[in-house]
Ligand binder design. Structure first.
Ligand code: XCC
Ligand code: SF4
Length: 643
């Protein structure tokens, strides 16, 4: 293993994944630019930016506040560090929420098109889920046809984005556990009484809460850190219990609810003799189709004619997670693997949709035979081949993309192919439906295990890779440390891929768990680390937490649950962390969020939030200490419940 604490000179400190280290040796030798080499060229990075105290909201700026009091303490307009930091954070939450939610919107619009028959490229695949979600939302299902139900459900979902009244959105209202909903409602009332001003927490509209942030952070509006943070939480709740919940629910209905399956993870899923197509990004609507179309005899035939054995589709990042869970597609890697995949020289096409796609991939692909194909009007990248995706022509467009990949195959330079051999096996697909099925249909047996202490609690780990953290090191160490302490670990996103690559989702990982968790996993035949899906599937974790809370008639903030985003990168991770906190779950973060330049914002997010919401943020650099802190939170909550 090429890992050690730091600076020993013997190991590669860029990644904890031996496969990445192998590829980085090639990158160094061939001088391929990559995130690590570009990061080095960025040093030293701006400390105002790191602390969050740089403002460029108007053209009298940019203004910056020296947090040590050695420079000006206000921007030109008089904004303080507290205002500037809070505004910047709110904008991050708005951008992150918007990304997840816009993804959810597209799924909802597609559901509508399928329900009305306007789109025949997709079907209502999981009608059980359709009926379950519709029932939960309060849509009548008795004696009605599936398209009719789907049409109403699509309308209800679409309405969550654009409605204009002040009622909380229906998805949140119906999915959030009773006590949490009541808590937030009461809190709005208490804050109104104590401050005399309206501080809203329950989202009225998914689009509206993001627009509200853009408005209130515009020059000369909200300067109050508490009010800005409350709106960030509200906007993020609209993401978690709204946009992301819609994305997950509707994708399950259209593409099928994932089931438990075993897959392979890491760059070794690329095959030397096959046409390798890497699908990367977030929205499975196109990529699930590509996987489906790759099974067509005509595509197989074309691959054989081009000299390949077959077409091999593999995933990266969250699009990868989506097709891994539903279609059992192999996983090439997480965020930091995206460039490394191309460096293998064996990727014939990398097909991307939206989010987390480095623009650098275009340049890198041009050093190889790799076709780098963008498909979304929202993520066009100079240097890429753009094949515009249209949902109503999904079959034809997928075939076109696959033929591009096949045409690239004969142009490979055999001397430049380096596919690392290693893969890990991972048991994945632990949706709430599958977890409950494994446990006998209700949350009761999981709850009993928690109540009797066999499992101390549940940790949800999410988020990215970050060049500032040795790739996957925090993911691996924190996860291993938590299961050792009988804490069940569930999660999504690039963390899940990191855990899969490390073998932590293999049944053999049961041996790494504490005695209680180990016995449960052995009995159920599951690993102690559960892959719940892509980043929007963090909504599955909310549903699970909600089911436990409702079953016990408790608030989520009373349950022994804790979250972490140990290598977070994106604004979406800010939104996820914020809706966890707003839902009553404490969240560990590393690297540092850009808030430390404001004592007020820091104190609201780390202490104030604890009193008001039950959830709060804390930062910790050391994986083992983070595990200590997460366990302490779980034990504190257990003690409060006298369990
Ligand atoms: Fe992106 Fe979802 Fe982060 Fe990975 S984990 S880098 S957001 S792909 Ni969400
Ligand atoms: Fe400076 Fe205020 Fe303009 Fe920000 S909004 S750039 S602090 S003048």
């Amino acid at each position: 293993m090429s890992t050690c604490d730091a600076g020993c000179g013997k190991h590669d400190h860029r990644s904890a994944d031996p496969v990445a280290v192998e590829m980085l040796a090639i990158a160094d030798r061939e001088q391929y630019d990559n995130q690590w080499s570009r990061y080095e060229k960025q040093q030293p990075q701006c400390s105002y930016g790191q602390l969050g105290t740089c403002c460029k909201i108007c053209s009298m700026g940019p203004c910056r506040i020296d947090p040590f009091g050695e420079g000006p303490t206000q921007g030109v307009c008089g904004a303080t560090a507290d205002t500037i930091v809070a505004r910047n954070l709110a904008r991050m939450a708005a951008a992150g929420s918007s990304s997840h939610s816009d993804h959810g919107r597209k799924a909802a619009l597609l559901l509508k098109a399928v329900a009305t028959g306007a789109n025949t490229n997709y079907q209502l695949t999981d009608t059980d889920k359709l009926v379950a979600v519709a029932t939960r939302i309060g849509i009548p299902t008795e004696g009605r046809g599936f398209p009719e139900i789907a049409n109403d459900l699509a309308d209800a979902a679409i309405n969550c984005f654009g409605k204009q009244d002040d009622e909380p959105i229906i998805f949140l209202k119906k999915f959030m556990p009773k006590k949490r909903y009541q808590h937030l409602k009461n809190l709005e009332k208490t804050l109104l009484e104590s401050t005399g001003s309206v501080i809203g927490l329950l989202p009225r509209g998914i689009d509206r809460e993001a627009v509200d942030i853009l408005h209130r952070t515009h020059f000369g509006c909200d300067a109050d850190p508490l009010s800005l943070i409350a709106q960030s939480i509200r906007c993020s709740l609209a993401d978690g219990w709204g946009g992301s919940m819609i994305a997950t629910s509707v994708q399950d209905i259209l593409l099928g609810t994932p089931t438990i399956k075993t897959i392979k993870a890491n760059l070794g899923v690329l095959e030397i003799d096959s046409v390798n197509v890497v699908i990367h990004g977030h929205e499975p609507i196109l990529s699930a189709k590509i996987v489906e179309m790759a099974q067509k005899p005509e595509i197989h035939q074309a691959a054989v004619v081009a000299g390949a054995t077959r077409v091999n589709i593999v995933g990266l990042c969250c699009t990868g997670n989506e097709v891994l869970l539903r279609q059992g597609v192999g996983m090439a890697g997480n965020e930091a693997h995206s460039e490394l995949a191309i460096m293998t020289g064996a990727v014939d096409a990398m097909v991307v949709d939206v989010q987390c796609i480095y623009p650098a991939l275009a340049d890198l692909a041009s050093c190889f035979h790799t076709r780098f194909i963008t498909t979304s009007d929202q993520a066009k990248i100079p240097g890429a081949v753009h094949i515009q995706f249209h949902e109503d022509q999904a079959d034809a467009i997928s075939l076109k993309i696959l033929n591009e990949a096949i045409a690239a195959f004969p142009r490979r330079n055999k001397n430049r192919i380096n596919i690392p051999e290693h893969t890990a096996t991972a048991m994945v697909g632990f949706t709430v439906e599958e977890i409950l099925k494994a446990l006998g249909g209700t949350p009761k047996s999981l709850i009993d295990l928690i109540l009797n202490g066999t499992i101390k609690g549940v940790a949800g780990i999410v988020g990215c890779n970050n060049v500032k953290v040795q790739q996957d090191l925090f993911h691996r160490q924190l996860t291993a440390e938590l299961i050792k302490r009988d804490i069940l670990v569930i999660g999504t996103g690039c963390w899940a891929i990191g855990a899969a690559k490390a073998g932590l989702m293999d049944l053999s990982a049961q041996e790494l768990a504490g005695d209680g968790l180990k016995a449960v996993c052995k009995q159920l035949g599951i690993p102690p680390v559960l892959h719940m899906g892509s980043c929007v599937d963090c909504s599955r974790m909310l549903v699970l937490a909600g089911a436990i809370a409702d079953h016990l008639d408790l608030d989520i903030s009373q349950l022994p649950l804790v979250g972490s985003a140990p290598e977070w990168t994106t604004e979406k991770a800010v939104a996820i962390g914020s809706y966890f906190v707003g839902s009553g779950i404490p969240v560990h973060l590393w690297p540092l969020p850009p808030i430390l330049g404001s004592p007020a914002v820091t104190s609201i997010l780390t202490e104030g939030a604890k009193d008001l919401l039950g959830g709060y943020f804390f930062v910790e650099e050391d994986p083992l200490v983070a595990a200590d802190k997460m366990e302490a939170i779980i034990m504190e909550r257990r003690a409060a419940l006298s369990i």
